[in-house]
Design a protein around this ligand. Structure first.
Ligand SMILES: [Zn+2]
Length: 262
């Protein structure tokens, strides 16, 4: 089968591959963007294809009239997003929700019979008022595998806690056969730029740069030490892509980077 529209984001030459899923987008109103303009934000999921099975990270946007009035989403349902990647729900072996806000678990009701890995604290939070759309989380027949820390889904595919956006937020670390690491970081950061800023803050700290310096989440050290070749996020199509020391003027795409302006 030729995969036409599923964007392969990593692993084409290794036994573990990662695909990106397009769940559509919504329009964040101006009062939530910190500016005078609304912003269109993508909703992305990922699929990890491993010799032992296929893992889905996030299931798209849920539906509710109040949500739709506020965020004006244009959603692509989970079956359609999977189909575009050459997959179907029946191909899935396990599911991970980075967290349980409505725009990350919208397709959960169709994932009956599959283990759905969430942090225990996240599942508890999802039952608080106004946290999410509870009908998505509590749909009949769903099986949550409650985690309190790391969970190895398959060898080389590990869920790790990355709290911040929510207390129970988690990410997926994929270590491929060639030793390279891809991190599917969900909404640990809203942008690759924000991730880069945190990584640089750690570098400044390591350099003994004088305070004050930005405070970064404790788990950020762990992600940086994994030396990921790519970090992908749910709310942006732009990944962070950088090997260690890439901030120091390394060769980029065959040309020497010049530092003419800050
Ligand atoms: Zn969220």
């Amino acid at each position: 089968m030729t995969r036409v529209t599923g964007a392969t984001v990593g692993g084409v030459s290794s036994e573990i591959s990662v695909l990106r899923l397009d769940f559509g987008y919504f329009v964040r109103p101006a009062e939530e963007t910190g500016s005078t303009a609304p912003r269109v934000e993508p909703v992305l999921g990922y699929v990890v294809q491993h010799p032992k099975g296929t893992v889905l990270l996030d299931s798209g946007m849920g539906w509710h009239p109040d949500v739709d009035d506020h965020y004006r989403p244009r959603r692509i349902a989970l079956p359609d997003a999977l189909h575009a990647a050459g997959l179907a729900v029946e191909d899935l072996t396990a599911v991970v929700n980075c967290h349980l806000h409505f725009d990350h678990c919208g397709g959960n009701p169709s994932l009956t019979g599959l283990p759905i890995v969430v942090q225990e604290v996240e599942l508890a939070a999802a039952h608080l008022p106004d946290y999410t759309l509870p009908e998505l989380v509590d749909a009949l027949g769903l099986t949550y595998e409650k985690a309190s820390g790391d969970v190895e889904v398959f060898p080389g595919v590990t869920v790790i806690p990355t709290p911040g956006h929510t207390d129970g937020h988690q990410s997926v670390v994929v270590r491929r056969g060639d030793g390279s690491v891809i991190v599917l970081a969900g909404q640990s950061h809203d942008t690759a730029t924000a991730y880069s800023a945190d990584a640089l803050a750690l570098r400044a700290s390591d350099d003994g740069h004088p305070p004050p310096l930005p405070v970064t989440p404790a788990w950020m050290r762990r992600l940086v030490d994994l030396n990921p070749s790519r970090v992908y996020f749910a709310p942006t199509t732009t990944p962070f892509g950088c090997r260690r020391n890439c901030f120091s003027g390394a060769q980029v795409s065959g040309t020497t980077r010049h530092h003419r302006s800050p």
